[in-house]
Design a protein around this ligand. Structure first.
Ligand code: MG
Length: 341
């Protein structure tokens, strides 16, 4: 899907990684999570959704399952499928977690390429020779309408449906994972990020910050700062990875492993890669972030097709959109985040 003829598949490369996560300026807690393994072969971002801090549990559960599966040799697509099952299982065990979900965008470096697995509206980008390319396709209502020529980019910026995603882990036992490879070249810079970055600043701003900050830690911090300066309406998480030839010596102690479920302060916990952070206990806070678009029925019974809830706010609009996509994707499910400020 995304290959580049200039790069030989035999090139041996590795990643040097910087990360940053922040609660933003509006949300009471950080439901994003990210992963960078000790060997820096696996990187991932997950953006959780759910009431009573269940989103934090969803993203942390998915990241933990992803790591376990990749460590035992699973392909990235299979690992994300297993992460979906882990989120569903966790939700079925605890009524307070019912309906939680998470995005997942992950990459594994092997044979000179990044093998990407993707569900939801977190994103992977590649900066090469100063040009930024979005590698993933958003699984969102807006992205599908733009692709269909029914909405312009400018219209999308103010469309109330921009908060709706069409795929997430934890919604259904059957999950469609986008899986593809991107060949890497030394000098490339990769970015994985949650939508708290991309809904706040445009791609040209992201490109400028990535290209303008040679130091990847500075680039990561600059991206988060820019999203906050633009309003910080959501949690912001970025993983900035520089591609170098494999025998380059690591350039600092910060290039080791991180597995983090972002905490309420925006400062990630830093356990070892083999023991990722336990999901935080659900607290008493009111649902600050997400509401299910419609009652989907028991999470443990993913085959059950819920009737449309015609009383739910926004249902008419969503039903119209669903009709567009139903023919192309009959297994499609709905999830709606609370519209961003
Ligand atoms: Mg988000």
């Amino acid at each position: 899907m995304c290959s580049d003829e200039r790069v030989g598949t035999e090139m041996s490369v590795r990643l040097l990684v910087a990360t940053a996560t922040d609660v933003g300026r509006v949300r009471p807690g950080n439901e994003d999570a990210f992963l960078v393994t000790d060997d820096v072969r696996l990187i991932a971002v997950a953006d959780g959704m759910g009431g009573h801090q269940a989103g934090e549990v969803a993203s942390a559960t998915a990241i933990s399952a992803l790591l376990d599966c990749v460590n035992r040799g699973d392909a990235i697509g299979d690992a994300i499928t297993a992460a979906n099952e882990a989120v569903l299982t966790r939700a079925a065990e605890d009524q307070a977690l019912r309906g939680m979900g998470t995005t997942m965008t992950a990459g594994v470096v092997a044979d000179g390429a990044l093998r990407i697995g993707h569900v939801g509206d977190s994103r992977a980008y590649l900066l090469r020779d100063g040009a930024l390319r979005q590698l993933t396709t958003d699984h969102s209502v807006i992205a599908e309408l733009i692709a269909a020529g029914e909405l312009t980019e400018a219209e999308a910026l103010v469309d109330p449906r921009r908060a709706m995603i069409t795929r997430a882990l934890g919604i259904d036992g059957a999950i469609a994972v986008d899986v593809f490879s991107v060949e890497l070249a030394p000098g490339d810079r990769l970015l994985l990020c949650s939508d708290g970055l991309t809904t706040m600043i445009r791609d040209d701003v992201i490109a400028g910050l990535l290209a303008g900050e040679a130091d990847r830690d500075s680039a990561a911090e600059a991206l988060v700062a820019a999203a906050n300066a633009a309003g910080g309406a959501d949690n912001i998480t970025v993983v900035v990875a520089d591609v170098v030839v494999a025998d380059v010596v690591t350039d600092g102690p910060d290039d080791g492993a991180e597995v983090a479920a972002a905490g309420p302060s925006g400062t990630p916990a830093m356990p070892t890669a083999s023991a990722p952070a336990a999901p935080p206990d659900p607290g008493p806070d009111p649902d600050p972030v997400a509401v299910p678009f419609a009652d989907r029925g028991p999470v443990a019974d993913p085959d059950e097709e819920p009737p449309p809830d015609t009383d739910a706010p926004g249902t008419e609009t969503a039903a119209d959109v669903d009709a567009h996509a139903e023919a192309a994707s009959p297994s499609r499910r709905w999830w709606q985040r609370r519209p961003r400020a």
